[in-house]
Design a binder for this molecule. Structure first.
Ligand code: C5P
Length: 392
């Protein structure tokens, strides 16, 4: 375990950062604590000095080039608590104190973790969410925030994740460490002839976000994706690119066994009988004959050994029929959970946000509309709890 730059923001959760520092040092990390001016009002640099054997740095002007020295030879960076202000400064590349200057001097390729902590309204504010999206887009990995009571007396998403959870994430020992996951994402393309395909509007955003969240939780992830215009998600062990439903099925079965399977791809339900030569205009509009594709989720749910957790997605356009149809699909495919989502303006297929209901055969849990990364994060958290409980 190498050096960890621990940047402590100015929030009341700074007291929990002391425990994070202690746990990291106990695991053998060389902790380099840096406090913002706000953080130094909540906790003392001396506290860190006593806990990790290295005094905390706070002053940009105390020592020339301290920000460069702090940012070299790092195993990881952790920002905890990541306050709304600190995340805004990180997102926009400001460098007006030692903490942000050191963060900007961190070379690419060093994993950066942030553990947000703030009032739930501040977390939900579009300004914060826009900054979070910028940071995530740049590869910053978030741990938390958790749902629950915050120091300001309000409840909701905003509590900093527990020190043990943060430490495990940074050390690569997340709640899904040692687990293997296979995720499908994107659309499939079904050939009509050598130049034409039947496709759908899936962007792959939700499936890619799920793959990324499972990887961030420590799982070894194989992502099987149809054609998408997205970068490979960070942390994913392997990306297998396919076009058709049949190829996707083959790649998925080949990637098994796994502990978790998430079928987030919008797989074609029918494939046309493809013509060997290009269909010509002069022939007039072609009539297509379709065959039914095999259901990948059902195949995985019936595989031996079967993943302990099989998750399907169900997209519908009719709000009334959404939940009954999703429940039917869960049962018909033999999945453990189904994530039901309505497709409409701004949500679902092709959009960055999703409003989903998670159904496990007993309960239907409706989540508020949120960014697809947050849906993925919640799903990964729930999957980790499910596997832990089923092992107990
Ligand atoms: O039945 P429907 O296609 O609406 O179900 C959607 C769910 O089933 C998604 O999880 C999708 O990935 C999966 N699916 C599949 N194989 C197919 C069709 C859908 O795995 N051939």
């Amino acid at each position: 375990m190498g050096a960890v730059l621990l940047v402590v923001g100015g929030g009341v959760a700074a007291y929990k950062a002391c425990e994070v520092a202690r746990l990291l040092a106990k695991a053998g990390a060389q902790v380099r604590p840096v406090l913002t001016h706000g953080a130094a009002r909540f906790v003392s640099p001396m506290t860190f000095g006593s806990l990790v054997g290295a005094g905390a740095h706070a002053d940009l002007w105390a020592q020339p080039m301290a920000h460069i020295d702090l940012a070299r030879g790092l195993h990881a960076v952790l920002v905890a608590p990541a306050t709304a202000d600190l995340m805004a400064r990180m997102a926009h590349g400001l460098a007006d104190d030692l903490a942000t200057t050191a963060l900007l001097a961190v070379p690419g390729g060093v994993p950066v973790w942030a553990a947000p902590a703030m009032n739930p309204a501040m977390w939900a504010h579009p300004a914060t969410q826009a900054n979070v999206a910028l940071l995530k887009g740049r590869g910053v990995r978030l741990v938390g925030p958790d749902d629950g009571a915050t120091a300001c007396g309000e409840a909701g998403l905003g509590r900093m994740a527990e020190p043990e959870v943060i430490t495990a994430a940074v050390l690569g020992r997340g709640p899904l460490a040692g687990r293997r996951a296979v995720v499908t994402s994107g659309p499939t393309w079904e050939a009509v002839d050598p130049v034409r395909v039947l496709a759908n509007r899936s962007s792959g955003m939700q499936g890619h976000a799920v793959a990324r969240a499972l990887a961030a939780a420590g799982a070894q992830v194989v992502l099987v994706t149809g054609p998408v215009a997205l970068a490979d998600p960070p942390g994913v062990a392997e990306v297998r690119r396919v076009e058709s439903a049949q190829q996707m099925l083959g790649a998925v079965l080949d990637a098994l066994p796994a502990d978790i399977f998430v079928g987030a791809a919008a797989v074609a339900d029918w494939a046309p009988e493809a013509r060997a030569d290009k269909v010509h205009k002069a022939e007039g509009p072609p009539s297509l004959r379709f065959t039914q594709t095999l259901d990948i989720v059902a195949a995985v749910a019936g595989a031996q050994p079967r993943p302990a957790l099989v998750v399907a997605f169900a997209a519908e356009t009719d709000a009334q029929a959404l939940l009954p149809r999703a429940a039917q699909k869960r049962a018909a495919k033999g999945a453990d959970w189904v994530v039901a989502n309505l497709v409409g303006p701004g949500v679902g297929i092709g959009a960055a946000r999703n409003a989903v209901t998670l159904m496990d055969g007993r309960d239907a849990e409706s989540w508020p509309e949120m960014d697809k990364h947050d849906v993925a994060q919640r799903l990964a958290d729930k999957a980790a709890r499910f596997l832990k409980d089923s092992a107990a």
